[in-house]
Design a protein around this ligand. Structure first.
Ligand SMILES: [Zn+2]
Length: 172
């Protein structure tokens, strides 16, 4: 799973700092393969430990084919924990990278468009909306992926330093 800063012309539905491309690493050849949809990615991730990813899970792809994508600094990579439950139908799980690239924040969007940021908020929503009483609270997971520090753009690191310096000047 990886994250790239969204260009300004990108679709408006995607907030700044959200993940725009999903990938899985083959357990045999270690090449990275892109996963076309969030749904496909969540499905794969939900049972990754008992059912690891291999190249031939993608149609017409084998370990002999070149990697879809390389782990390098052209993008910022964030690495997910395995076996996070699939997002319940009607809900959407979002991950947003903080501006300083320090970490991601996870939240869910409910079918009514409400943003929920913790298990307690999900529980309250399910209680207030009995039509979702069959939705399992355990299927909400706020575990966030790890930001791979070696792929954070140098410009971001410089900017943080510069902001700190200008703040100090203002104080002086
Ligand atoms: Zn492979």
């Amino acid at each position: 799973m990886k994250n790239k800063e969204t260009p300004k012309t990108a679709e408006k539905s995607k907030p700044r700092g959200s993940v725009d491309l999903y990938a899985a690493q083959c357990g045999k050849c270690l090449k990275w393969r892109t996963i076309d949809t969030l749904e496909g990615y969540e499905e794969m991730r939900s049972r990754f430990l008992e059912d690891p990813f291999f190249c031939d899970k993608k149609p017409n792809v084998s370990c002999d084919d070149p990697a879809d994508i390389e782990y390098d600094t052209t993008r910022t990579w964030v690495i997910d924990k395995p076996n996070i439950p699939k997002t319940p139908t009607g809900f959407r799980r979002e991950l947003i990278l903080r501006r300083d690239f320090s970490k991601l924040d996870a939240h869910y969007i409910t079918p009514t468009g409400k943003r929920v940021r913790s298990r307690a908020e999900v529980a309250a929503f399910l209680k207030e909306n009995p039509e979702y009483e069959n939705v399992n609270l355990d299927h909400f997971n706020f575990t966030v992926p790890k930001v791979m520090e070696d792929t954070i753009p140098g410009s971001v690191k410089k900017k943080i330093k510069k902001n700190l310096e200008s703040q100090m000047e203002n104080v002086a």
